[in-house]
Design a protein around this ligand. Structure first.
Ligand SMILES: Cc1ncc(COP(=O)(O)O)c(C=O)c1O
Ligand SMILES: [Zn+2]
Length: 410
């Protein structure tokens, strides 16, 4: 894309030149948002120029991404994107919702949404001649980094993750050849360790809610949602030269970086004048890992750590690293936070699979469990255009599935 205009701190609002700061705000540790140079992007791209591209990968959004070029090597890094998006008519009918749509990001190359961020970080690293990237992870972010690094050449992934991560995620890390550090502690412990090794060795840190560029990869799901929604709802790729946006999007939330990225994507399109409104964002947390939802319920921005306990391992976070932006993604779009129990998550996983054909891991099923709760409590209209973002493949955690079918699937 044309160079970003600046990075902006989410706490103090200070603007930085992109070359000035690598990670968080030096004044207060706030997360930095990468801000588009709107006029420069408008000068080189339009919804028409993007939709007309034969390339269906995320790289067709190059004019809106903070990289100079598309990956040169064929393979998963070059081709990821354009995941299934469809009108879930049977599931919608069962719920009395006429416009329920699903976005299945569990079909990205390593089976989770995190490929969107890792692909962008790997491409930036290649452009900057960086050969080692480190991340802390509950599992999926690490797997995504390992997979995208394996698809490139000359980039090594170093992953810190809790020993307790599901076996499939550890197996994926091993097969992609990442350097793995299993931490005798939780995700928060892995996070601290990874920061330490990066500081000591000068390695590049991909950590979510720390590296400003992860949201820039994650925002591509919002671009795809608008493009796919327009085409499927109207049969045309554009309406009056613009894309359409849905009314509401459900997103599961742990650290808060996915929902921040989803909001950033809609925000970019809105600022460019390419969509007419930003959807209401619904952030869904597990009851046992609800630091951001707690602040939302209290009506303030004071996010306090919790002692996270949930079987949805990917959204288990004591102290969300992108909490403030994740909270504002919801309040600024007039959405809401909801919490769901582990049993509601497992029940949602089974229902989603049986009534839509999408098999999602517990953390991803959480977004659908949130939709069920919002519907039961009368928080959504029956004809609203609703999207549920499904962020991870069910095969990531088969043990949880066996528990789900044992309890709710007979
Ligand atoms: C499948 C899945 N869903 C949701 C999330 C939550 O994303 P975030 O921690 O950015 O809120 C994650 C993060 O690991 C994930 O792997
Ligand atoms: Zn600041």
């Amino acid at each position: 894309m044309p160079a970003p205009s600046h990075l902006q701190c989410s706490i103090c609002g200070t603007h930085y030149h992109p070359a000035e700061v690598m990670y968080t705000c030096p004044l207060d540790g706030g997360n930095l948002t990468v801000c588009l140079d709107v006029e420069a992007v408008q000068a080189v791209a339009s919804p028409h120029s993007i939709s007309a591209q034969p390339d269906r990968s995320v790289w067709r959004y190059l004019p809106l991404l903070p990289v100079k070029s598309v990956p040169s090597q064929p393979g998963p890094l070059r081709s990821l994107g354009n995941t299934p998006f469809f009108h879930a008519t049977r599931l919608g009918e069962a719920l009395g919702l006429s416009q329920l749509w699903l976005k299945d990001d569990g079909q990205l190359p390593t089976g989770s949404f995190k490929d969107r961020a890792s692909s962008l970080i790997v491409q930036r690293a290649i452009e900057q001649g960086i050969d080692r990237i480190v991340t802390a992870s509950t599992g999926n972010a690490g797997v995504a980094l390992a997979g995208m690094a394996a698809a490139a050449s000359g980039v090594r992934a170093v992953i810190y993750l809790p020993k307790s991560a599901p076996q499939a995620k550890i197996a994926q890390l091993m097969v992609y050849g990442a350097e793995i550090h299993l931490v005798d502690g939780n995700y928060d412990a892995a996070f601290e360790l990874s920061l330490k090794v990066c500081a000591e060795n000068g390695w590049y840190c991909r950590n979510t809610g720390y590296n400003p560029y992860t949201t820039e990869g994650k925002k591509t799901t919002s671009f795809e949602i608008c493009e796919q929604f327009t085409l499927q709802a109207t049969g045309q790729s554009l309406v009056d030269g613009r894309w359409l946006a849905p009314d509401r999007v459900f997103v599961s939330v742990g650290d808060g970086n996915i929902i921040s990225g989803v909001q950033k994507g809609f925000r970019d399109l809105y600022d460019l004048g390419w969509i007419s409104h930003i959807p209401k964002l619904m952030g869904i947390q597990a009851e046992g890992s609800a630091a951001i939802a707690n602040a939302f319920f209290a009506g303030n921005e004071n996010i306090q750590p919790v002692n996270a306990q949930t079987l949805a391992d990917s959204i288990s976070a004591d102290l969300p690293r992108d909490g403030l932006r994740a909270l504002r993604a919801v309040t600024h779009t007039h959405g809401a936070y909801l919490t769901v129990s582990d049993d509601e998550i497992l029940q949602a996983q089974v229902r989603l699979a049986r009534q839509s054909g999408v098999y999602a891991e517990p953390a991803a099923s959480t977004a659908f469990a949130g939709l069920l709760k919002a519907q039961q409590t009368g928080q959504i209209g029956k004809d609203e255009h609703i999207v549920v973002l499904l962020t991870g493949n069910g095969l990531k955690d088969v043990r949880a599935t066996l528990q789900a079918v044992e309890k709710f699937g007979r």
